[in-house]
Design a protein around this ligand. Structure first.
Ligand code: GTP
Ligand code: MG
Length: 224
């Protein structure tokens, strides 16, 4: 399994980053944001470990790994502030806790289609995890062709001041869906020209072809 932690929380730089933005939080609020990032990165780490443990159990019990790779990332302060401004939400740590669910994010890349719901059910059935939100872009793919299962889970984190329940967004998708989403995301956000429009039809076709291939591969794998 490939492990990948990005934008790992770093208290020294975080403090400076929040203070330096136009429209960023007031000084007194900055410390609350730093605490919030510490708490949320702990939640991401907890969930990351749960997933590693589940995958390792599958390896031992079934000689099979449902998970191909896990990425975890913290939303950058800049992207968090942009999102608050876009949604016209006042920049406070309390508002982030109440309204923004993707400060901490994990992406789980599975080997096969069925693994997506295996992972989902295992997590949702853990007694300390609570399902807050679910968007199933497998059953209802986006018009672009995007497929993925999005969950927001509340993860318990034990701090010196007591137990906190923290939302973590998790996107679960296959290798094929991830390959597609990475390219489509690059076209959408990194290119200033109209390449997303130019390739829209092709991308939609490829998303369907990838699904058909992964369905076929699943059948072969199940008959092993
Ligand atoms: P937010 O308030 O931004 O979270 O909007 P939302 O909750 O309506 O978004 P949603 O849960 O549908 O999607 C959030 C994330 O899913 C994005 O940041 C992307 O990572 C991914 N995503 C959603 N749609 C697409 C898409 O069409 N293409 C790609 N490449 N990624 C997508
Ligand atoms: Mg979202």
């Amino acid at each position: 399994m490939i492990h990948n932690k990005i934008n790992v929380f770093n208290v020294e730089t975080l403090h400076g980053q929040f203070q330096s933005f136009d429209g960023g939080p007031a000084i007194a609020e900055v410390i609350k944001f730093v605490k919030l990032y510490q708490l949320y990165s702990s939640a991401a780490n907890e969930l990351f470990t749960k997933l590693e443990n589940l995958d390792s159990e599958f390896q031992v019990m079934h000689d099979y790994n449902p998970i191909h790779a896990i990425d975890s990332r913290m939303k950058t302060p800049q992207s968090l502030l942009d999102k608050l401004n876009r949604k016209k939400i006042k920049v406070t740590a309390a508002n982030v806790q109440a309204k923004i669910y993707d400060v901490a994010g994990l992406r789980v890349i599975t080997n096969y289609l069925n693994d997506i719901y295996t992972i989902r059910d295992l997590l949702v059935n853990e007694s300390d995890i609570e399902l807050i939100k679910e968007k199933d872009y497998l059953k209802n793919p986006k018009s672009s062709g995007y497929r993925s299962l999005h969950l927001v889970l509340a993860i318990p984190v034990f701090q010196s001041t007591g137990l906190k329940k923290v939302p973590v967004e998790i996107q679960i998708r296959t290798i094929g869906m991830d390959m597609w989403a990475s390219l489509e995301h690059k076209l959408r956000y990194k290119n200033s020209d109209d390449s997303i429009t130019k390739y829209a039809q092709k991308l939609e076709d490829y998303a369907n072809q990838l699904l058909a291939i992964e369905q076929g591969m699943q059948v072969i794998q199940q008959n092993l």
